[in-house]
Structure formats: structure tokens, C-alpha cells
Design a protein around this ligand. Sequence first.
Ligand code: NAD
Length: 307
Amino acid sequence: MMTTETGTIAFLGLGHMGAPMAKNLVEAGYDVRAFDVVPAAVEAIAASGVPTAPSAVEAVRGASVVLTMFPGGQQLLDAYRGVDGPGLLESVGPDTLFLDCSTINVDDAREAAGLAVEAGHRSVDAPVSGGVVGAEAGTLTFMIGALEADLESVRPLLEVMGGKLVHCGDHGAGQAAKVCNNMILGVSMIAASEAFVLGEKLGLSHQALYDVVSTASGQCWAVTTNCPVPGPVPTSPANRDYEPGFAGALMAKDLGLAMSAIESTGVAAELGPMAAHIYERFRDEGGAGRDFSGIITEIRDRSQRAD
Ligand code: NAD
């Protein structure tokens, strides 16, 4: 029988994404208990009216859902197993649903799901796209890897935080879809940026190139929504000196996850690894906190040096 989870939601990881997501759940009437290892994050969310717990173990005790929004897979596996104390998996009642919304390695996601199931629980991986703006507005897209019945049991709470849910397959499939999508995004932003710099060298105005590409076969999200030059798309980060948006550090992280999936599957990809290298350099040379479309400034600088 399919049931909907209505008990307490332990919400762990109250960073840029987790804090607004937790707030939306509380505003929708869910019983949330929030915790973060950084005390300032707990204090900030308590001040905005979200109930908090003094530790992870106390947050998850008696919860029906344990929702995690962590930086990476290592934090998730450590938290599930426990490092210096009891792990989350042993601190909850039987058949608890572990819902991980972090963006992590596909292999780590499958390992985490395996640990949860082995401990008598259920697991859903549901990484998101849509950024902080989508988290605040409750319009995230969730890419979901789970058994159908487990997805249905958390669908109502995912619908509070997101506008679109895509069931991609079994455990790990949500992370797999996320990594593939972001590899396309990283490669296409580099391609679009190289084309705009080439257009500049060839004497084309940004608007002219945009007017052609946006309606021709080069059309893509990197051009029509997140255009790397100011002007043609007034809402793109290029118009505010590349304030993110989607930060270069996160693109470098996601392409690193794509790299590890490429290595573990043996796919003969060439552009994905090249994009991973280009975004690592962008991150290390000042682009970590800039929107990833700021890659165009690096391409332009290096092009000028070659003049
Ligand atoms: P963040 O670093 O701001 O927040 C992560 C939080 O997790 C931190 O506050 C950290 O202290 C906390 N944390 C780590 N280990 C913990 C533990 N064991 N228990 C409790 N709390 C713990 O990161 P973010 O920007 O909120 O992103 C979270 C996840 O979402 C990442 O995996 C990221 O790749 C993904 N994501 C982010 C964006 C974005 O635009 N920021 C967009 C899509 C996906």
C-alpha cells in the first residue's frame, strides 16, 4: 500500500539551498526539525521560525523522513554511518525514508541507498536544479532515483519545494540525470562563450550574433537564458558583472562528478573532461564565486594575450 509521509521531517544541512527549502516546508504546515553542523546556520533558521534540534541524532529521532542537503557524498556517507558517534541510520526507527537532495557522485548515491536499505530503511535520491532562487520560490526541479512507492510517499513534500519532478529510475538515477545535464551545460557554456569572443574578433555585435544563434541551430540555454555577454538577455548574470546565478565552484564540482562517472563507466567522452579542466582552472583563478558564464572573460583575456 502506498502511504504519504506525514510525520516529522528531520532537515539536515541548512546552507544556501537547505535553509529556504526547510522554510518552505514549515510554511506549508510540515513538522520540521532542522539541524546543521554550523551553529550560525541553526541560529539563523531558528530566527526565521523553523524549529531546530541541538544535534543530528536528536533531529532524526522519531522522524519519518530524514532530508539531507549536504555539500557532497562524503558528508552523506559519514553522517549515515556515524564517524565520532552514532550514525543517522541507527538513530531512527525502522522503515524511515532517507531523502537526499544533495548533488553527489552516482556511486556514492548508490552506496548510501544500499546502506539505508540494508539497515531496514527506504531511500530516495532527489538532486535539484534551479539554484537559490528556485529554492526560495519553491520551484526547483527534482531529478529522482527511487522505487515508485517511495517517490509517491514523499511527492507532496517535494511538490512544496519544487515545480517539477522527474522520476529517472531506481536508486542513483536522479544523480545520474543531474550529472549528464550539467555536463551538457558546462560544455555548451564554453562553446557559446568561445563563439561570442570569436564574433567580437570578427567584428560582429553581440546583439547580431544573439539574434542569429537564438533562432538558429546553435540555440541553447547557455545563450537564450544565461547569455554570457551583457545586453541581449537582460536577466542573465553577465548584466551584473557575473554575480551568480550558478557559481563557477559548483560547475567545477558537478563536472568533477561527471568525470568520476565517465571514469567508472569507461565512456569515451572528450569534451566533458576538457570542460571539467577548464572550469577547475576558472574556479582556481578567481571564478569560484562568479557565475559560470564568467568563463567568457577568461577566454577573452587569453585571446587578447595571443594578439
Ligand atoms: P552549502 O555549502 O551552502 O550548504 C551545505 C550545508 O550542509 C552547510 O551549511 C554545512 O554546514 C551542512 N552540513 C555538512 N555536513 C553536515 C552534517 N553532517 N550535518 C548537518 N549539516 C551538515 O551548499 P548549498 O549551496 O546549500 O548546496 C547544497 C547541495 O545542493 C550541494 O550538493 C550543491 O551541489 C547542490 N546544489 C546547489 C545549488 C546552488 O545554487 N547553491 C544548485 C543546485 C544544487
